[in-house]
Design a protein around this ligand. Structure first.
Ligand SMILES: [Zn+2]
Length: 301
């Protein structure tokens, strides 16, 4: 396993009191430091290229984010930039691509510790703390290499609307999400299954507020079956840890052990399908739960 991490992820700053804060990157740095101390490999992220971004985003969107370079801007009531945010968002998307490439090239799992998160960012707009859709950029990079079955499993407590819509008509990407529902951002009903060639390649498992480790275990048994039916060539995990019982934004009751079980079930599904894994961070706003769940993720893999 390798980690992709950089202290530069602290440079994207948000207004005081914002949950998606630079201290989250300090937690990433601690995890990377521990990994190095154990003799593990940590690589520096590189920026995503314009070509990589344009596979999933409109040129107007990429240009609009680029135009925030050097300044602080409010893009929507939840989503902000600071002077460095454009550069850091490029690094987050680039790190996700590197994770996918490393997993495909070596078969070894890669974990990209990035912020800002990505799964709410849509083709034509930033949303919900997200500027570029990191995991979608990685999936599109894998498709560009010739893969025809890429699975994205989104374990964040919020539905990944951006990722879903980007691949809604595309059977080359299976999008699977467990999320609190109804909840922000409002999408992710079980009836949203994809359209056209993509029909059946979006799999939403909405869960009511208060869902426990046992509820998640049943959901991930179903996720495993769907992955076996799809036989992915690459498994990307949108790793949000905000379903944790200590998270301040959501109302789920998943424990750190519950997250371990989720990651283990995904690892087992990948092993059954001889499929490499790349993990890309999303949300997770209680810093000690975030640290614990990242350690649990590394241990489980
Ligand atoms: Zn989230």
């Amino acid at each position: 396993m390798i980690l992709i991490s950089s202290p530069r992820f602290q440079e994207h700053t948000t207004p005081p009191g914002h949950p998606e804060r630079p201290e989250r990157a300090e937690a990433f740095d601690e995890i990377a430091e521990d990994w190095r101390d154990k003799g593990g490999r940590v690589i520096e992220p590189r920026p995503a290229t314009r070509e990589e971004l344009l596979r999933v985003h409109d040129a107007e969107h990429v240009d609009a984010i680029a135009a925030t370079n050097g300044r602080a801007a409010m893009l929507d009531p939840d989503t902000f930039t600071s002077p460095e945010s454009y550069d850091i968002a490029l690094l987050a998307a680039g790190a996700a691509v590197q994770a996918a490439e490393h997993a495909l090239d070596t078969g070894e799992t890669a974990l990209a510790l990035v912020r800002p998160p990505g799964h709410h960012a849509e083709r034509d707009k930033p949303m919900g703390f997200c500027l570029f859709n990191n995991v979608a950029v990685a999936a599109a990079a894998a498709i560009a290499r010739g893969l025809s079955r890429v699975a994205i499993v989104d374990i964040d407590v919020h539905h990944g609307n951006g990722t879903q819509w980007m691949f809604y008509k595309d059977q080359r990407v299976l999008y699977v999400s467990t999320h609190q529902f109804p909840f922000y951002p409002g999408t992710g009903a079980a009836g949203e299954i994809g359209v056209g060639e993509g029909a059946g390649y979006t799999f939403n498992l909405p869960l009511p507020a208060g869902a426990t480790d046992a509820d998640y275990a049943s959901a991930y048994a179903r996720v495993g079956q769907r992955l076996d039916g799809y036989r992915p060539q690459l498994l990307l995990v949108s790793a949000g840890y905000d379903a944790h019982e200590d998270d301040p934004l959501a109302s789920m009751r998943v424990t750190t052990e519950g997250y371990t079980a989720i990651i283990r079930s995904l690892k087992d599904a990948a092993a059954r399908n001889r499929c490499p894994i790349a993990v890309v961070t999303e949300g997770g706003y209680d810093l000690s739960a975030l640290r614990d769940c990242l350690r649990a993720t590394i241990d489980a893999i």
